[in-house]
Design a protein. Structure first.
Length: 275
């Protein structure tokens, strides 16, 4: 019997360029693939804790990654499953792949939301805003106000601590809209899909075309900012080799403290997994 999802896709084949569509195992569909994108994850059950859900997702990854390692030993892993930073670290540990070839979608979506909201406020094209969200893709993520700029001109004329209270409140409101966007979308339609789909497409293009784009993907951190043994979102140069290097942002003392806290949050969750 033909896979029901595949059937749905096949019905649109006349509308796109010629494409081969198949459904099967990793051996059937992904042998020697350049990229393996993993979105698989369990839905949270009523009354289930986050750790319980994580435990089930780890079991799913253990089941998937054996075949991925066997049939796609040179692939770049792109992890999208939430919580993406934890699952990226899990994939790194299970696969045994070099850290440069295990990439999570990280805070690329959060960064896009951040730039879009700032652009709307400034009435300019979002592509002209250069600002980052780093750390966990989640509640402890960090807005990097100190380096945010348009055409090289910083958005803040002085350090966060020296801003007027009204300005800090306005900026905090923007950041809270970024941080809570997924919750609002899920409440309204049950899930997020379109923006994260664009994010994954952007990351894949950067890899396959070896664009050497700077994207805030999740990857292993060892030593930077005093952080070790955790995956989180930082601006990284992406090519067909995976992560080439990580940009060492000149963070303010407050931002660096927040980033270390974000790393600690993730490390504590991973410890509780007993993985």
């Amino acid at each position: 019997m033909i896979n029901k999802i595949l059937m749905d896709l096949i019905h649109g084949m006349s509308l796109i360029d010629p494409t081969d569509l198949i459904a099967g195992t990793v051996a059937d569909a992904g042998k020697d693939a350049d990229i393996v994108i993993i979105t698989a994850g369990a839905a949270q059950k009523p009354g289930e804790t986050r750790l319980d859900l994580l435990g089930r997702n780890v079991a799913i990854y253990q089941n998937i990654l054996g075949d991925v390692v066997k049939y796609c030993p040179n692939a770049i892993l792109l992890i999208v499953t939430n919580p993406v930073d934890i699952m990226t670290y899990v994939a790194f540990k299970i696969s045994g792949f070099p850290s440069s070839r295990v990439i999570g979608s990280g805070t690329v979506l959060d960064t896009s939301r951040f730039r879009s909201l700032l652009a709307n406020k400034l009435n300019i094209d979002a592509r002209s805003v250069h600002a980052y969200i780093i750390g966990e893709h989640g509640d402890s993520e960090v807005p990097v106000w100190s380096t945010a700029n348009v055409a090289g001109r910083k958005l803040l004329s002085q350090d966060w601590e020296h801003l007027q209270e009204s300005d800090r409140q306005e900026l905090t409101t923007i950041f809270n809209h970024v941080k809570n966007a997924a919750y609002e979308i899920i409440q309204r339609k049950g899930y997020t899909s379109y923006a994260i789909g664009l994010v994954v497409t952007d990351i894949v293009k950067a890899i396959l075309r070896s664009q050497e784009r700077v994207l805030t993907v999740s990857g292993l951190v060892n030593g930077m900012y005093g952080i070790d043994h955790v995956c989180l979102g930082l601006p990284r140069v992406i090519s067909d080799k995976g992560i080439l290097k990580t940009v060492n942002l000149d963070l303010s003392p407050s931002e660096e403290k927040q980033l270390r806290h974000s790393a600690q949050v993730l490390q504590e969750v991973f410890r509780q997994l007993n993985f």
